[in-house]
Design a protein around this ligand. Structure first.
Ligand SMILES: [Zn+2]
Length: 288
């Protein structure tokens, strides 16, 4: 691994002086490749902070364009970016933050035909997607390739976040199949407070940094819930389901499954990944 330049030592000084990171840790960060699925509400804080931290390569997948209604929570994008591809807008914003970071823009919608190839290029995946078909595609590809999947969802005043590590369960262990279309509301229908994805996206970035460095206690095996209304965090344990069709003892899913997007997303639609169950019910039922 190449040594750090004098400028890099200065730029990353406040984290290099943490003995848990040091110069070797910074080199690991600069060598890491992270795929962000979605350059929206969750992807914005995750991308900006991972870039500032000096994660060397950030792949960004998003097929949308920036809309005015995105700007209250998608801070990668600015008013003058309206109409641009989100991946291009993200690339510009990240270049301003840290030129050490190589941004690879993927202006495509993930599908069963491209997800495996995309995921294969990266070490860790951050799922900030806004729809169930994408969440299942990302989950399936990560399990099949043994890649960590740092997944979050937001709605209303609520958020949830976890890390699915290879061998320690997956999204399908909790929710074997997507919910009946139309059963779960979207952020377009019920809204979301702009700061909620900010908090959740930063937790995703935090988990990515810890995974790259191999330090700290991972969120793997735990689901963390955030209720901005009462300002409470709660968590529940997650377990691998041996009967899971994807990561169980006798898997039957051997390639990513593409589910139909019932309401095709409009260009620039909000990145409001909705938990697969009522998040409020989850939070109420979770022991603190
Ligand atoms: Zn599973």
């Amino acid at each position: 691994m190449p040594s750090l330049s004098r400028e890099q030592v200065k730029r990353y000084n406040r984290q290099i002086i943490l003995h848990e990171i040091g110069v070797e840790g910074q080199k690991k960060l600069l060598a890491a490749r992270v795929l962000l699925v979605g350059a929206g509400a969750l992807g914005s804080p995750a991308a900006l902070y991972l870039a500032a931290t000096g994660v060397g390569a950030l792949g960004i997948v998003d097929s949308d364009c920036v809309e005015l209604s995105n700007l209250h929570r998608q801070l990668l994008h600015h008013t003058h970016d309206i109409g641009k591809e989100k991946v291009a807008s993200a690339q510009n914003a990240i270049a301003d933050v840290n030129a050490d970071v190589q941004v690879v823009a993927h202006h495509v919608r993930l599908n069963a035909g491209n997800v495996m190839e995309l995921v294969a290029e990266y070490d860790i995946v951050v799922d900030g997607s806004d729809n169930f078909p994408t969440k299942y595609l990302v989950n399936d590809a990560c399990v099949l390739q043994g890649k960590p999947n740092v997944q979050a969802g937001i709605l209303h005043f609520l958020g949830r976040v976890t890390v699915f590590m290879p061998g320690n369960g997956c999204y399908r262990c909790q929710f074997p199949n997507p919910p009946t279309p139309g059963l779960v509301p979207t952020c377009d229908e019920v809204g979301v407070l702009g700061v909620v994805p900010g908090v959740m996206g930063l937790i995703q970035a935090t988990e990515v940094i810890k995974l790259i460095l191999g330090v700290g206690e991972s969120l793997s095996g735990r689901m963390l819930y955030y209720d901005a209304w009462s300002l409470k965090f709660k968590e529940s344990r997650l377990q691998r389901n041996p009967a899971c069709a994807l990561c169980g003892d006798h898997p039957t899913i051997t390639q990513p499954i593409e589910y139909e997007l019932v309401c095709p997303l409009r260009p620039g639609q909000a990145a409001c990944a909705v938990p697969a169950e009522s998040p409020h019910a989850q939070i109420q039922s979770t022991k603190s």
